[in-house]
Structures are given as C-alpha cells and as structure tokens.
Design a protein around this ligand. Structure first.
Ligand SMILES: C[S@@+](CC[C@H](N)C(=O)[O-])C[C@H]1O[C@@H](n2cnc3c(N)ncnc32)[C@H](O)[C@@H]1O
Length: 279
C-alpha cells in the first residue's frame, strides 16, 4: 500500500489544483512545483484525515467558500511574508513627500482633513500599521482629522492576526525607535509589541479577494504590494480594475518593485517604477 504522506501529486492532479487556485485567488502556480504542492497538501490531508489528493480536492469543491477549510487551504498555498516598513523607499516617500504635500493642501484649504488609505493584500497587517504610524506622524498635533486605513486580505486567519496588532521582533526590526515608543507597547518582558489604541483606532481589517470588487468609498492612497507578482496577466488586470475603481483622481498607487504591472496602468502617470498617480 502506498503511504499518502510520501505521495506526490500526479501531473493530472497538479493541473486540477493549479486551476482551482487560479480560479479562486488568481494565483498562477507553476506546474513544475509538484513537490512543493505535495508538501503543502499533505499537511491538509493530515489535518482533515482525508487519505488522498483526489478526495481532498473533491472535498474542497463541495464546501462553501466560507468554510474554514478553504482558508486553511489558501493559507497553505499563499505567501504571507511581510514586516513593518518593508521596502524603505516607499516609506521615505510616504513620510517625506506624500504626507507633507497632503497636509500642505489641507492647510491651504485645497482639501478636507480626510485621508483614506487601502492596504490591499495586507497579510497580517504589518503594512497597514506602518501606514498608520507615518500618517499620524505626518499630521503631527493637528486636530479634527478623519483617517481611515483599511487593510484587506484573502486570508481570514491573516486578517484576524492583523486585527490583533501584535508583532514580534522580526516584524518590528525596521520600525524606527521613536515610532516604536510612540505607537507600540511592549508586552511584558518579551520582545513582542502591541499597537497602541492611537493607531488601532485608525485601522479596519476585512477579508477580501482582489478578484472581486470591494465595497468601500474611494481612497487617496493604495498600497498593493507583493501580491500581483503571483498573478498572471488576466488576474492582474482584474485586480487592477477593482482597485482602480476605488481610487480618487490624483490618488497614488504604491506597488511592489516586481509586480509587473507597468504596461497595465492606463490612465496613470508612472512617477517611479513602483509609484503610479491616477490622472
Ligand atoms: C507576500 S504577502 C504581501 C503582504 C504585504 N502587502 C507586503 O508587501 O508586505 C501576499 C498576501 O497576498 C494575499 N493574497 C493572495 N491572493 C490574494 C487575493 N486574490 N486577494 C487578496 N489577497 C490575496 C495573501 O493571502 C498574502 O497575505
């Protein structure tokens, strides 16, 4: 008898799983990565007590998307790598260019004290918390601002973690000391940090799939980083269409350096390889 725990997906099974993942999340899986897929699926077989890959895919397809097993499956096949202040250039731009310009326009009565930011595919919320720190620093002691930072991710588990706002030392390693003190509390003796209510109250996390539209009012700034890199052209275009619908004229899109969307951003001015402004 073949031991399931050492089995590898066949070419046919691999194609079926790749199609399911693509249809569900827009993520393109290389058909060559059979071993990686097998390792990930085996963990779900073990957890569910299902004894083969064919039965597991049938089982998944029989479940509603809201069933927790779908989230477990998606958590296995998606990459959640993230940490606060990842990609220094983006944060320098936010702190030194975007925020001062935005605040200046408010001072000159060219806009309201109202700022809406979307951290799309936010994983465990590290990016959204970094945004909150920069925004609060940017407005300084001014009163009366309405700030909304929405973080979304396809992973329910990721969104739940994001809501907790608790980060370990690895996630916090690039947070400037002054911000760490200002916006986080150390939890007991361990090197684990909890976001303070001052930044937590700006943040709102939701589960959302970028292949669908998001029911929100338009944003002044959107971060869409390190996610479209896993999509193919078709799913990238779908995600960009949904994101674009929620961007105000003149708003900015911060993308990852390797997202591969440069030629898909019609109606945007490209200010840096990673920065787009909606016209
Ligand atoms: C590598 S993390 C990026 C986190 C953060 N944006 C950053 O750059 O640090 C990629 C995230 O994309 C999410 N993701 C993958 N497919 C998605 C989809 N179709 N809709 C929304 N989020 C998705 C994953 O769950 C994962 O948390």
């Amino acid at each position: 008898m073949v031991n399931v725990m050492t089995q590898e997906v066949t070419d046919v099974q691999m194609k079926k799983y790749a199609k399911l993942i693509y249809d569900t999340a827009g993520i393109q899986v290389s058909l060559q990565k059979k071993q990686l897929m097998s390792n990930r699926l085996r963990r779900r077989l073990k957890a569910t007590g299902i004894d083969c890959f064919d039965k597991y895919i049938k089982h998944l397809k029989s479940l509603k998307p809201s069933n927790p097993e779908w989230d477990c499956f998606l958590q296995e096949i998606t990459t959640h790598e993230t940490y606060l202040f990842r990609d220094e250039t983006h944060w320098k731009w936010l702190q030194q260019t975007f925020m001062p310009e935005f605040v200046k326009e408010v001072t000159h009565n060219k806009r309201q004290k109202n700022l809406r930011v979307w951290s799309a595919a936010c994983s465990t919320g590290d990016e959204a918390h970094s945004i909150a720190c920069c925004v609060l620093d940017g407005i300084g002691l001014q009163q009366g601002w309405e700030i909304n930072i929405i973080g979304t991710d396809i992973g329910i588990g990721a969104v739940e973690k994001a809501r907790e706002g608790v980060f370990n030392q690895r996630a916090m390693k690039l947070v400037p000391d002054v911000m760490k003190k200002r916006y986080f509390d150390r939890m007991g003796q361990v090197d684990v940090w909890q976001a303070k209510p001052t930044i937590k109250k700006l943040l709102n996390f939701k589960q959302h799939n970028l292949l669908n539209s998001l029911n929100e009012r338009p944003f002044d700034l959107v971060f869409l980083k390190n996610v479209l890199i896993y999509f193919n052209t078709e799913s990238k275009l779908t995600a960009i269409k949904h994101v674009s619908k929620l961007m105000k004229p003149g708003s900015y899109l911060v993308a990852g350096g390797a997202e591969g969307i440069g030629d898909m951003m019609q109606g945007y001015e490209r200010l840096h390889p990673w920065l787009f402004r909606k016209q």
